[in-house]
Design a protein around this ligand. Structure first.
Ligand code: UDP
Length: 514
């Protein structure tokens, strides 16, 4: 679609630049929708051809989405030493991801062209460019062209601060101790070496990961303000610390989950839920929604454990085996999204040898478990009354989706800022316990059974976690309330503040508490 369409009614133009990974594209599109819904501005999402095709597949032609413009940034993966047609972290082995990260810098010239074209067609530059935190290269480029640069981290405040501070300062390198302090955090929030992914644990400023993150994150610190996909009231410590660290406005505009998930009773029919689900992720689930709902309907409220490790992660064969044994012996109902374990072709077929002999038949026959191949209708599972806890890798989108439904978390963080999200949910929010962390750690079936029993308890620790998760769900629903000034929730007010900032009357560098 031509981005200049509708410009005559335009009150201004906002350009958005997501990083090329599903965990970034999905919240960027959700933010674009939120901006379109709450403001009068034209929004253009710009990304590479295949990512654009993916975004288009998740959008509906018949609602607000038709008012979000898509713009293609030319990109040829083989120019950057990447396999043909590779424009996304999906299906890329971890050691090739830095090449994709570095290749994003080549988008500078096409982004400059886009901004210049908008400027000449609209007669003025865009109001701002909202760039992924990994695209620090865009900050100077868009400023030179007369517009403001806003950073979107796609994460929460606490996790974002931890991720940035750890990469920028590598504090674990100047000490031999297991637990160390991290700039920006108080002493009581010391971090543990095991919370660092191998790439950052072994970083030595000259490796490819450091060369990308240290440069790009630092450049993003110079933007005019940051968006977080979170809610002011659910992580007050995180927002306080992040604002002190950045010394910039930080707007909490989350949770960026589909709006029907934030209503008290979902009036959405199963059929349109399938559509909304597939539109949300652009993926076809490995099980029909009906089958999932039948399974959930056959169990009591809060009795089912949902297990998924996000869009990219998987576990090792030995841990998969221990997880299966522990699950079965706990006797608790579960839905488990299974994909090939580490060391196997991620696009390969299911192999029964990954699980204990007869496991699949037994749990299916007894209705204890539903095994879902590769991809599940996560939003529908989490929003069902029977789902009582989520064994999750603690990716931030999954966290927001789970807490928006009052579902507590059994954490198994693996990469990125997932361990920092888990740390906050354990220590500050009290609605998560960690089963284990990392892809290298050991777990045994006995411990799996014990932890599953703990989180599924109606009373005790599990019950307490569920109460806390329910309280957070309430805060999230309040945060997105629209209406007059007295009724507006904090996330809606934060969007108003962002608007005032880009329109130029409140750029004072202060914090943006609601
Ligand atoms: N997701 C899903 N079905 C699955 C696995 C993941 O719908 O079987 C969605 C999930 O709802 C979330 C996203 O994929 O919106 C995963 O994002 P997250 O930040 O949790 O993890 P990442 O994939 O970035 O590690």
């Amino acid at each position: 679609m031509d981005y200049s369409q509708n410009q005559s009614q335009s009150h201004g133009h906002i350009v958005m630049l997501p990083f090329m990974a599903h965990g970034h594209l999905i919240p960027f599109l959700a933010l674009a929708r939120r901006i379109r819904h709450l403001t009068p501005f034209v929004v253009t999402l710009a990304t590479t051809p295949l990512n654009l095709r993916y975004l288009r597949s998740t959008m509906s032609p018949d609602n607000d989405d038709s008012r979000i413009h898509l713009y293609e940034l030319p990109f040829c993966s083989s120019d950057h030493g990447l396999p043909p047609d590779t424009e996304n972290t999906e299906n890329l082995p971890p050691d090739r991801i830095p090449a994709l990260c570095h290749s994003s810098v080549s988008l500078t010239a096409p982004v400059e062209r886009l901004i210049s074209d908008i400027t000449s067609k609209d007669g003025r530059p865009p109001l701002c460019v909202i760039s992924d935190v990994f695209f620090g290269w865009s900050v100077d480029a868009v400023r030179r062209l007369g517009t403001k640069s806003i950073t979107f981290t796609t994460g929460g405040a606490y996790g974002t601060l931890a991720y940035n501070s750890l990469w920028l300062h590598l504090p674990h390198r100047s000490t031999d101790v297991e637990e160390f302090s991290v700039p920006g955090f108080p002493e009581r929030c010391r971090f543990h070496r095991s919370q660092l992914h191998r790439f950052i644990r072994e970083a030595d400023p000259t490796d490819e990961w450091s060369k990308f993150f240290q440069v790009q994150l630092k450049l993003s610190l110079a933007s005019d303000g940051w968006f977080c996909n979170s809610v002011e009231e659910i992580e007050p410590l995180g927002f306080d610390l992040l604002r002190k660290y950045l010394k910039l406005p930080v707007w909490a505009i989350g949770p960026l989950v589909p709006s029907h998930m934030l209503q008290n009773s979902s009036p959405v029919s199963p059929k349109s839920r399938i559509n909304s689900l597939q539109k949300h992720t652009g993926k076809v689930p490995g099980v029909s929604l009906e089958k999932c709902l039948d399974f959930l309907n056959s169990h009591r409220p809060n009795s089912v454990l949902y297990i998924s490790f996000g869009s990219q992660n998987t576990i090792s064969p030995s841990r998969m085996m221990q997880l299966a044994i522990g699950l079965e012996s706990s006797g608790k109902p579960f839905i488990w999204v299974i994909r090939p374990p580490l060391g196997f072709n991620i696009k390969g077929e299911f192999r029964s040898e990954w699980l204990p002999p007869g496991f699949k038949d037994r749990v299916t026959r007894s209705k204890q478990g539903l095994l879902v191949w590769n991809w599940a209708p996560q939003l529908d599972i989490l929003s069902h009354d029977s789902t009582g806890a989520f064994l999750s890798h603690c990716g931030w989108n999954s966290v927001m989706e789970s807490l928006s439904q009052g579902v507590p978390i059994l954490g198994w963080p693996m990469a990125a800022e997932q361990a920092y999200n888990a740390k906050m949910m354990v220590e500050e929010m009290g609605l998560c316990v960690e089963l284990t962390r990392g892809v290298e750690s050991q777990i045994d079936a006995e411990e799996v059974k014990r932890m599953i029993e703990l989180v599924m308890e109606e009373e005790g620790k599990g019950g307490e976690m569920r109460k806390r998760a329910n309280a957070v769900m309430g805060q999230m629903r309040e945060a997105v309330k629209e209406g007059g000034d007295d009724e507006k929730g904090s996330s809606v007010k934060a969007m108003d503040e962002f608007v005032r900032t880009i329109l130029g009357d409140s750029m004072n560098g202060s914090s943006s508490s609601p």
